[in-house]
Design a protein around this ligand. Sequence first.
Ligand SMILES: *Cc1c(COP(=O)(O)O)cnc(C)c1O
Length: 220
Amino acid sequence: MNDIERNLHNIQTSIPKEVTLVAVSKTKPISDLMTAYKAGQRIFGENKIQEMAEKWENMPKDINWHMIGHVQTNKVKYMAPFVNLIHAVDSYKLLKEIDKQAKKHNRVIDCLLQVKIAEEESKFGLYTEDIINLLDSEELKNLTNISIKGLMGMATFTNNQQQIKAEFEKIAVLFRTLKPKYPYLETLSIGMSGDYKTAIDCGSTMVRIGSSIFGARNYG
Ligand SMILES: *Cc1c(COP(=O)(O)O)cnc(C)c1O
């Protein structure tokens, strides 16, 4: 077994089977993704649309591609033919564009709403009131080619585990509060390499793990 196979195996066996593992392969070459693919991994996460589209074109077609990064409206068209889940949707405007592009390909694209849970100003996302307003809005009913499946969050970039836990608890409480009224919310996407165990303890149903599988990224 090489490092990628071993890391993947260790993570797959350490998370509960009802938690979905997204292998975050951004910046990594196709050969690394193929190693994970051959070991059985079928869900890959990327944060740049162009890079994801190139990998999609050159890799087996039974892969589920997740866009985990911030999405610019004008780039949605490049992933509309194939993307399976868009994690970081943070505006009605973006949803509308995803719906429009999905229609052209006769598809329904699954989306998660990004919740702002980190203290940092730089983090994208919606506040609780925005989420509720969006889910209750009449306009949303016109968007027949998107399907909102849940919530996504990113904790503050810190070593303070208490703070990370508090932020994950916050989104988990919101998720559990909304679920009875909006039963189509089935996915809670929280947890990365450094904090996925905490996220799972808080109720994560989907973890996005990159460096712990593929090794550190080199942005050179
Ligand atoms: C890069 C990235 C990850 C994975 O990060 P690792 O720490 O390498 O596991 C998860 N989620 C998002 C949104 C990312 O951009």
